[in-house]
Design a protein around this ligand. Structure first.
Ligand code: NAD
Length: 267
């Protein structure tokens, strides 16, 4: 650690999640705010975060003051985040969703030099849900799986990163990848459903921070595993739990399941 308290730099400081993370850092006695970063030209740039600290338009100086960077921005910003973290040698928690294969490749490459934790959902409840879904999918191998998610109307990507993560967890339980088991949308003359496939549906509207339900559908019975996010502060709390856990870890790519010690419990 650079000081007595863990120094956290927040990327996307003017956004919904960035603001929630900054609020949580300022309220936590064991954390200090190393700085906030916004894209150049954003109205938040130059505004005060704390005494002597304004929102910067460049991640590099903040990374040099930080033990951990927390990124809730957009996939286009990922390169700058990773470059700044690599240059400063600090750890990074990536909560941004909508990442593509190239982004994951860049994260893997960075994780050879620094500690990186990437999670499409940093809530502690969803982290546990993913483990339960994997376990249920493995133990009920013939049951159909349908995944439904609901988010506010401003969300850019669908299905949500969390839905894809839960879909991957279900597929892992079946010993496969989601790409192999995912069904096309049920729309029009679909014909009979492929047994054991994973269907996904996204609903958009209102202000919901994120509802996810995984239905396991068997003959004569249904199992429903779900999570409702009441407030986006839960993602900030989880991201900071991840930041505390990640600080000082050796270079590598980590997951929220590691933070909760779930990685070895699935069996
Ligand atoms: P938002 O649009 O309110 O905020 C994103 C902010 O990032 C914006 O202010 C934008 O200007 C800023 N930004 C863009 N490029 C930047 C750059 N190069 N440097 C610095 N800042 C930059 O969105 P949001 O609701 O806060 O969500 C942000 C991301 O986090 C999305 O991908 C969202 O899906 C994801 N998210 C993840 C979780 C999770 O648990 N992992 C939870 C909620 C949201």
């Amino acid at each position: 650690m650079r000081g007595e308290r863990l120094a956290v730099g927040v990327l996307g400081a003017g956004g919904r999640m960035g603001r929630a993370v900054i609020e949580a850092v300022l309220a936590a006695p064991d954390l200090e705010l190393a700085g906030g970063v916004e894209r150049p030209g954003h109205p938040a740039c130059g505004t005060a975060l704390a005494p002597g600290l304004v929102v910067a338009a460049n991640a590099a100086p903040v990374a040099h003051r930080a033990d951990v960077l927390v990124d809730f921005t957009s996939p286009e910003a990922l390169g700058e985040t990773l470059r700044a973290a690599l240059d400063a040698g600090c750890a990074v928690v990536i909560g941004t969703t909508g990442l593509g294969p190239e982004d994951h490749g860049a994260i893997d490459a960075a994780a050879r030099s620094i500690a990186v934790l990437q999670a499409a959902n940093t809530s502690l409840g969803v982290t546990l849900l993913a483990a339960l879904v994997e376990m249920a999918a493995a133990r009920l191998p013939d049951w159909d799986i349908e995944l439904v998610e609901l988010h506010h109307g401003q969300k850019r990507d669908a299905p949500s990163g969390t839905a894809l993560m839960l879909g991957e967890a279900a597929a892992r339980g079946r010993g496969a990848g989601l790409a192999a088991l995912r069904l096309p949308p049920h729309d029009g003359m679909t014909g009979p459903r492929r047994p054991g496939g994973i269907g996904m549906a996204a609903l958009r509207g209102g202000t919901a921070a994120g509802d996810h339900e995984v239905l396991l559908l068997g003959p004569g019975e249904r199992l429903r595993l779900g999570h409702l996010a009441e407030d986006r502060r839960i993602f900030a709390v989880g991201a900071l739990a991840a930041a505390r856990w990640l600080a000082g870890k050796p270079a590598g790519r980590y997951r929220m399941a590691d933070v909760l010690g779930l990685a070895d419990l699935r069996g």
